[in-house]
Design a protein around this ligand. Structure first.
Ligand code: FES
Ligand SMILES: [Fe+2]
Length: 354
């Protein structure tokens, strides 16, 4: 197998590239909460540096700037009254589902004359998550995940955790074959068999697709109980094939097919809180095992893998993907997905944040 080797200048920070890619992310949908966690109380989130609040009112979900028009208090500290008014915790100003000021307790006569309105954002409840966009017309539609509706699957909203890294670095980590056998030895691979299976990478509509060649498998030694609930074969290895796609720029869908036909899927999105801070949102799904044990078996497995990745990804420098592809060394046939991902990300940055 040939290699493409460039002079590595990985530690040379390209500040402008970092800023441009980060700014591009505000043109897309991002999950800010699991739908199951948004009940009666508002939830605050910092999305690409902007404080927003999501809240259920009158049967729908709305998203506003998390900022009371009176004295700038966070409305996410407040409460929802009668399922129709968001009340600020400081002086009790109340806003309706359109963001219009409806009640001023200290001067009830003034509310309708103040013309105070909260800024609203596009919001959707989709695939068990609350998605928000900071622009009125997000560049790409929400991602597909057909397993969500299929009855043979059960799902877990994996507890979300914050990492100190950039979102694209995390996507690269999520879609990187060659770290499985090393960093995830005995969990997702075998360090004695580190070669990357043959695979194809191509663009399709808003997705970067990766398909592993049929009949090739990733072996994992099963001297661990990591794959909880899986019927283990009389063989020292469990084998799976991994296909994935990124709904550009950040939503990853992994499809893992086991040799015995069982299926396991992950819908993952690293939502940017700031340029170097993300929150990991994951829906994990499988068509095997005990649904009553899903939080333990499915959720804990994902968390264990994430715990292995976190210190590695947080250590990478520069934190953002370098704009100049020659700044890191890429292996042909190994880092293909990563290179194509960077190219597309940079093309989006050129188009949206020139
Ligand atoms: S700051 Fe919100 S009511 Fe005064
Ligand atoms: Fe990993």
């Amino acid at each position: 197998m040939g290699t493409e080797v460039h002079v590595s200048r990985a530690n040379e920070l390209n500040v402008e590239a970092e800023a441009r890619i980060y700014r591009t992310l505000r043109h897309f949908w991002h999950p800010v909460a699991y739908a199951q966690d948004l009940v009666d109380a508002p939830i605050g989130f910092t999305l690409c540096g902007r404080d927003i609040v999501v809240v259920r009112m009158e049967g729908g979900v709305v998203a506003f700037d998390d900022l009371c028009t009176h004295r700038g208090t966070k409305l996410s500290l407040g409460q929802v009254l009668d399922n129709c008014l968001l009340e600020c915790p400081y002086h009790g100003w109340r806003y309706d589902k359109n963001g219009d000021l409806a009640v001023v307790p200290a001067r009830p006569d003034l509310a309708s004359r103040l013309n105070a309105r909260l800024r609203k954002y596009p919001v959707e409840e989709w695939l068990g998550m609350i998605w928000v966009a900071l622009v009125d017309e997000p560049y790409f539609p929400l991602p597909d995940y057909p397993q969500w509706k299929e009855p043979e699957y059960h799902h877990v909203a994996v507890p979300s955790v914050d990492w100190a890294c950039s979102a694209p670095r995390r996507v690269e980590n999520y879609t990187d074959y060659s770290h499985f056998p090393i960093l995830h030895d005995k969990t997702l691979g075998d360090r004695m068999q580190p070669e990357v299976p043959p695979h194809e990478v191509w663009r399709e509509e808003n997705r970067l697709e990766n398909r592993q060649r049929e009949g090739t498998w990733i072996p994992v030694p099963i001297d661990t109980a990591a794959w909880g609930g899986k019927d283990l074969p009389p063989d020292p290895y469990i084998r799976f094939a991994g296909d994935w796609r990124v709904f550009m720029p950040l939503t990853c869908v992994l499809n893992l097919l086991f040799e015995d036909g069982n299926r396991y899927h992950l819908l993952f999105h690293p939502t940017p809180i700031g340029p170097k801070k993300i929150r990991n949102f994951t829906i994990a799904s499988r068509d095997f095992g005990d649904p009553d044990n899903k939080d333990k078996e499915l959720g804990e497995f994902v968390t264990m893998v994430y715990d292995q990745d976190q210190p590695i990804v947080e250590s990478q420098r520069p934190e953002e993907l370098p704009e100049d592809l020659s700044e890191e060394i890429h292996l042909k046939g190994v880092d293909t997905f990563s290179i194509d991902y960077r190219r597309w990300l940079l093309a989006l940055a050129d188009e949206l944040e020139a």
